[in-house]
Design a protein around this ligand. Sequence first.
Ligand SMILES: Cc1cc2nc3c(=O)[nH]c(=O)nc-3n(C[C@H](O)[C@H](O)[C@H](O)COP(=O)(O)OP(=O)(O)OC[C@H]3O[C@@H](n4cnc5c(N)ncnc54)[C@H](O)[C@@H]3O)c2cc1C
Length: 469
Amino acid sequence: MTRTELPALVAALQTALPDGTVLTDGPDLDRYAHDDAEWADWAPPAAVVLATGLDDVVATVRAAAEHGAPVVPRGAGTGLSGGANAVAGAVVLSLERMTRIREVNVDERYAVVEAGVLNDDLRRHVAAHGLWYPPDPASQAISTIGGNVATNAGGLCCVKYGVTRDYVLGMTVVLADGSVARLGRTTAKGVTGYDLTGLMVGSEGTLGVVVDVTLKLRPLAGREDRAVVGWFGSLPDAGNAVAAVSAAGIVPAALELIDSTCLRAVADWQGWTLPEGAAALLLAKVDEPGAAGEALADRVAALFEGAGGTHVERAFTPDETDRLFLARRLAYPALERLGPVLTEDVCVPRGAVPAMLGRIESIAREADVVIANIAHAGDGNLHPLIIAPEGDDAAKARAKVAFDRIVDECRALGGTVTGEHGVGLLKLPGAAAELSPVVLAMHRAVKDALDPHGLLNPGKAFPGAPLPG
Ligand SMILES: Cc1cc2nc3c(=O)[nH]c(=O)nc-3n(C[C@H](O)[C@H](O)[C@H](O)COP(=O)(O)OP(=O)(O)OC[C@H]3O[C@@H](n4cnc5c(N)ncnc54)[C@H](O)[C@@H]3O)c2cc1C
């Protein structure tokens, strides 16, 4: 879009949408211009729309299509890959005001929710009906269901209970021309036609705008949480414990790793005192009820000790266990307080976790950067967090070298370049290395079929995605 066309676009949006839903002031545009991936490129959009319902989403997409303007769908902007970053002249379409939970069907165990509902709000709401929505990204208090669906978010309990995709039965989606598609089903099973619901999950806002989602739920009852906590003298030792748990055929309800850099950052921030002197902490949860759960927790503790774990403790007090799991959830924001964080999201086979952790340590030494580690270790999904002090351009350049080397090493170990955060912008080079020309051509064919003018979240999700103009 040229500069002279922008006023026409903004006027069309203001005519088509209710008062107070179209933002055009500079500070508002900046606020909605990017997600939490500080290192990815972005530009101020032409306008931000705070949609309040399906009609607003349709009106926005139609107005943008008529003016040839890109649309960048947005939930809460907690993404870590630049997926919600605006391009110049775009309309950022925020779903954050669409927070209605329309239905909870207790007998059929599903809920229908608008895209802007926060993950935690859904969890609390359905718990009152005796139901449980498992996918629990560490951002569950601040990220939206629409964003979770668009990124196919993972989380802590996904090692046992699966990722967002496993819970999406259907959705209402607005396509690039403004038409409305109702996809999927509410039944437990159903295979009518292509799995277009599945196609939309993880499509990062490039194929349609998710307006509401029908989500499968599980019964809340029947689980009893028990924790096993172990400290390790080195990261690879902790990795060996993860590989041993997997090799023993145990599927814990969570198996998370936090290194001492993260723990110190959380403890300093929250004023907590934590044991010193260990390189990493593993937090396992098992949730089988009764004697089976007791026995499983014992086996996990023995495997931790066998891998060199020190201070391995079973059934820590519930308060202490909650505090350590909270430390895991707070690790990312705690590190962000130390300086800009470049977040990795590689996923390797579980058996390769020790080798990958060792390679990350070597990369940190060789590139002379600080790399902290948090991980959904039970899934092999590692988040090396590369920290560069504010304003230190040389450190920033070294961080980028480390980022690329981690991706290369992950691929050499049979891994994939993003486990849960999505390709967005940051992982475009990694995805180019991972996806074959045939597979990239399939991506392009799907995109061209559903969004022939390349207006929905241009340039994201796969290398070669069309850019505006
Ligand atoms: C502290 C912290 C911890 C995190 N932990 C995890 C974790 O454990 N697991 C995990 O998977 N992620 C995690 N993340 C990343 C992030 O929270 C997830 O990617 C989340 O799913 C993004 O949701 P959001 O509402 O913020 O979406 P946004 O960041 O606003 O958008 C993310 C992507 O989805 C698209 N999008 C958003 N809403 C829609 C919609 N309605 N229709 C179509 N497209 C849409 C956007 O265009 C963009 O491509 C974490 C982030 C932070 C800051």
